[in-house]
Design a protein around this ligand. Structure first.
Ligand SMILES: NC(=O)c1ccc[n+]([C@@H]2O[C@H](COP(=O)([O-])OP(=O)(O)OC[C@H]3O[C@@H](n4cnc5c(N)ncnc54)[C@H](O)[C@@H]3O)[C@@H](O)[C@H]2O)c1
Length: 316
């Protein structure tokens, strides 16, 4: 197969491109990225040195530029990772989130339809379901109502609905994965885990929103890549799968675990004014992915976090 990976220079897109090249020895990955501030240039440089990887600098909203790539490469499948991904930025300025996450997805869908792509996979987020009370025992299923809180998650929910509309209206072969918070190598330092590690390395205070009680489910990025692979290769068109990590932690517990791994004092933690509309708790029911596609997370959170702390310490 020839697969297009949009957002190939970002955190998950770079990990996924490497994962796919490692596990599909006959396949070619066509990477597309417009290299925003979030792109990881060292990760992209390593990818560019790999056989069976080709890179095109293009914006997914630019129909002509992406169509030229489709004409040159005739890809079989497209996996859309490209997005504006930072909730805080979406609170400050949501327009670029609508442009990339909604109009960019629509542009790709049109091109996939026109060029007869065999599968369009949308990489979505658990944030499209909104949040749960902290003491709730519930978990969102794929049938739960979409109730996003931030402009970021609203733009991702809009993209999910567009993807499904191309399946229902045009019969385009599509799938969607809604993943929990990812961690692992190559993540931008604006995100909680790399930021906490970096601050701790420099003995700087680590800002935590509110009282740190917000709960997130954490999944190792390689487990997420394995889930997307299972879905792209096996799932029926039009299907949606939740992808959780079974590691539910409050932000404050997470940061304390990082500090303990690094032998740093808890006095580095600094509570700051809460984020506007801060979601309290995310929890996913992943029985569909487990039962239908035989997927399970393979990386334990304690091993994955220790390896991640080590990686950022070596690759600051
Ligand atoms: N990181 C997480 O925890 C998480 C969880 C669930 C879902 N997701 C989703 O996974 C996908 C990847 O997330 P990430 O954390 O790797 O994001 P990221 O911000 O690290 O990377 C995004 C990449 O997309 C590129 N990009 C942005 N706008 C573009 C455009 N208009 N055209 C082409 N390229 C563009 C950027 O240059 C960057 O390389 C996103 O769709 C995100 O919504 C992320």
């Amino acid at each position: 197969m020839k697969i297009v990976v949009t957002g190939c220079a970002g955190f998950i897109g770079a990990n996924f491109s490497n994962y796919w090249l490692d596990s599909h020895s006959q396949d070619t990955v066509i990477g597309i990225d417009c290299l925003t501030y979030a792109a990881n240039i060292p990760a992209l440089s390593k990818l560019k040195n790999r056989e069976r990887f080709r890179f095109y600098k293009a914006n997914i909203c630019d129909k002509q530029a992406v169509e030229q790539i489709f004409l040159a490469e005739s890809p079989d499948a497209l996996i859309n990772f490209a997005a504006e991904s930072h909730v805080d930025n979406s609170i400050e300025n949501s327009r670029i989130f609508v442009e990339t996450n909604v109009l960019g997805t629509q542009t790709l869908l049109d091109l996939c339809l026109k060029h007869g792509i065999k599968r369009f996979h949308q990489v979505s987020t658990d944030e499209v379901y909104g949040d749960l009370p902290l003491d709730s025992e519930d978990a969102f299923t794929e049938a739960s109502l979409l109730s996003p809180s931030s402009p970021y998650s609203a733009s991702k929910a809009a993209a999910d609905l567009l993807v499904l509309s191309y399946y229902k209206t045009h019969g385009l072969s599509v799938s969607i994965s809604r993943s929990a918070n990812n961690y692992g190598k190559y993540q931008h330092r604006e995100k909680l885990i790399p930021k906490a590690i970096r601050c701790a390395l420099h003995n700087e205070s680590i800002p935590i929103y509110g009282n740190g009680s917000n709960i997130r489910d954490w999944i190792h990025v390689e487990d997420h890549c394995r889930a997307i692979e299972k879905i792209v290769c096996n799932a029926a068109s039009g299907s949606i799968y939740n992808v959780g990590g079974s590691a539910m932690l409050s932000n404050i517990t997470l940061v304390k675990e990082i500090l303990a791994l690094m032998n740093k004092p808890q006095s580095l933690i600094a509570f700051v004014a809460d984020r506007k509309g801060h979601d309290r708790k995310y929890a996913l029911n992943c029985n569909k992915l487990i039962c239908e596609l035989d997927w399970r997370p393979e990386v334990s959170f304690s091993d994955g976090l220790a390896e991640t702390v080590e990686w950022y310490t070596m690759n600051e």
